[in-house]
Design a protein around this ligand. Structure first.
Ligand code: FES
Length: 149
């Protein structure tokens, strides 16, 4: 068991109904819920890994595969779409060698598409982690991604 997981589990020891907060804290620390973490949580809470996995899969917030260090979200909402977001996404997929919904082999980036960021005036929009980039072009996104090591 990792020291981080041990710390989380000891903070919630004996607390009934602690499954969700334990899963949230674990994902916060590890970035996702690994099979090992799920087994450890199940053992600590006196239940089965299947039970814990069943609870976790009910909530969209939990991830079960290791994410990239940085999250790239390309907006494909209407305003962004009409201004070439589809081409930008294709370029990012080619550049990172990963399809939307996936993570690069080196775990540097996770790539995804979204419906709208609510920044349509800046279309097309790409968000990297919490940084919003508007009026995106295929050339600019390549340069921007180089800044995220
Ligand atoms: S459609 Fe892209 S920000 Fe709204």
């Amino acid at each position: 068991m990792t020291a981080e997981l041990k710390e989380i589990l000891s903070a919630y020891e004996g607390q009934k109904g602690a499954v969700i907060p334990v899963l949230q804290k674990t994902q916060e620390k590890l970035g996702y819920l690994s099979p090992e973490a799920i087994s450890e949580i199940a053992r600590a809470l006196n239940t089965s890994p299947n039970e814990i996995f069943g609870v976790a899969t009910f909530y969209a917030q939990f991830r079960f595969t290791r994410p990239g260090k940085h999250f790239v979200h390309v907006c494909l909402g209407t305003a962004c779409h009409v201004r070439g977001a589809g081409t930008i996404l294709e370029n990012v997929e080619r550049e990172l060698a990963v399809e939307a919904g996936g993570t690069t082999k080196d775990y540097r980036f996770s790539l995804d598409k979204v419906a709208c960021f609510g920044s349509c005036a800046l279309a097309p929009v790409v968000v990297v982690d919490k940084d919003v980039y508007g009026r995106m072009t295929t050339t600019r996104i390549k340069e921007i991604l180089k800044n995220y090591e």
